[in-house]
Design a protein around this ligand. Structure first.
Ligand SMILES: *Cc1c(COP(=O)(O)O)cnc(C)c1O
Length: 381
């Protein structure tokens, strides 16, 4: 039973999920790379204009594939915002890389592009920008810096599918980009992800790594007469049943994004006066970024006010959550030398950020109730 009248997240069906899953089961092969997987690949490639899209079992696994493809080795360094999910960097640490934590911008909470260059050394192999809340990072600068230093870009685009930066789709700037279809993301199949490949040179090896280190994809296309172990690899293909579920969601992308836009705008319009009055900041979206309406957050004046608003909303039956404990201060981060004060903006924002309930089927009635509860908050603001 849900203890909350309004949960933080709820998986929502777009309409055709069950029909497509049945279709997948009736048609036969339900392992990876079946017809629905191919449909998802084509949809992602054509709608974004990426060279190749490959579904994976998670965004975490897509990041692991990127690290394998870049041949990240012990001694290499990878630049990553401290304000992100663990997988963004863990995938590279698994290959022996050392995380180099960068701070974030105060406005969008994205990787601070002006902090990157000072962190580059001769060991730097990759920069991993995260398009936080589906608002694009400053890709003009990041692409320029990466190009000058011959460092790869891997976009962690878990929040940013179908978002744009200066008219260009997020996920098309890096050598690779990774997507998540976890149930908390805009489009979901429960657990799932995708690797987007913008450099054709990596496609064949990506297919091999994804197929347990075998050339099975080439075998299925009739390019070789038997398949065998040719490289490193693992099992990164989702079942076609999950791809069927996902295809129903991706196909409904316009309706889903329309719903999320309305939810985001309702929060924004109905909280902006309250926010000004109480010294609370709402999300900032530069005019050249088309965001994805992945989340709605409040930046409270401080930790105490944030914690008491979470408690107040909980008492009203509303689950709100904080986001991202700084990675450089985590148990693992400290083992790589992270210490308080390294990323002051991250540390500050992490104390103040509060995410409001956000899912496709959140009703206006529920949102009205949430906004009223916030406006009644008499905590230490
Ligand atoms: C959700 C998320 C991930 C991990 O996605 P999974 O599909 O659960 O592996 C990685 N990075 C960011 C920024 C995320 O929000």
């Amino acid at each position: 039973m849900n203890l909350y009248k309004i949960p933080f997240n709820k998986p929502c069906l777009a309409g055709n999920e069950i029909r497509y899953m049945l279709q997948a089961m009736e048609a036969g092969p339900i392992s990876g790379d079946g017809p629905f997987t191919k449909d998802c690949h084509t949809l992602l490639e054509q709608s974004l204009g990426v060279f190749k899209a490959l579904l994976t079992t998670s965004c975490t696994h897509a990041l692991e594939m990127a690290a394998l493809l870049l041949e990240v080795q012990p001694g290499d360094e990878v630049i990553v915002p401290s304000f992100t999910f663990v997988s963004t960097i863990n995938a590279f640490v698994l290959r022996g890389a050392r995380p180099v934590f960068a701070d974030i911008r105060t406005d969008t909470l994205n990787l601070d592009e002006t902090a990157i260059e000072a962190l580059i050394t001769r060991h730097t192999r990759a920069i991993v920008p995260v398009h936080y809340a589906g608002v694009g990072c400053e890709m003009d600068s990041i692409v320029d810096i990466a190009g000058r230093h011959r460092v790869a870009i891997v976009e962690d685009n878990a929040h940013g599918l179908f978002g744009k930066y200066r008219g260009q789709y997020l996920g098309t700037f890096g050598t690779f980009a990774t997507q998540s279809f976890h149930e908390t993301k805009n489009f979901t199949c429960g657990e799932g992800g995708a690797l987007l490949i913008n450099d054709p040179e990596y496609v064949e090896r990506a297919e091999i790594i994804r197929e347990k280190g075998t050339n099975r994809s080439r075998f299925f296309r009739g390019h070789v007469d038997k398949y065998t172990w040719v490289d490193l690899g693992s099992s990164y293909l989702p079942s076609d049943i999950l791809a069927a579920f996902l295809y129903a969601q991706l196909e409904a992308r316009e309706q889903i994004q329309h719903k999320r836009h309305k939810i985001w705008q309702y929060y924004y319009d109905n909280l902006k006066d309250w926010a000004i009055e109480h010294d609370v900041r709402l999300p900032h979206v530069p005019e050249y970024c088309e965001q994805t309406y992945h989340m709605f957050y409040l930046l409270m004046p401080g930790l105490e006010q944030r914690q008491s608003l979470i408690a107040h909303l909980r008492a009203c039956g509303i689950l709100s959550v904080f986001h991202y404990l700084p990675l450089h201060l985590s148990h693992m981060g400290r083992q790589f030398g992270g210490k308080a004060g390294d990323c002051p903006v991250t540390e500050n924002m992490s104390d103040r950020l509060l995410r409001l309930p956000f899912y496709n089927d959140l009703t206006v009635d529920d949102q009205t109730y949430i906004v009223e509860a916030i406006c009644q908050f008499r905590g230490k603001i």
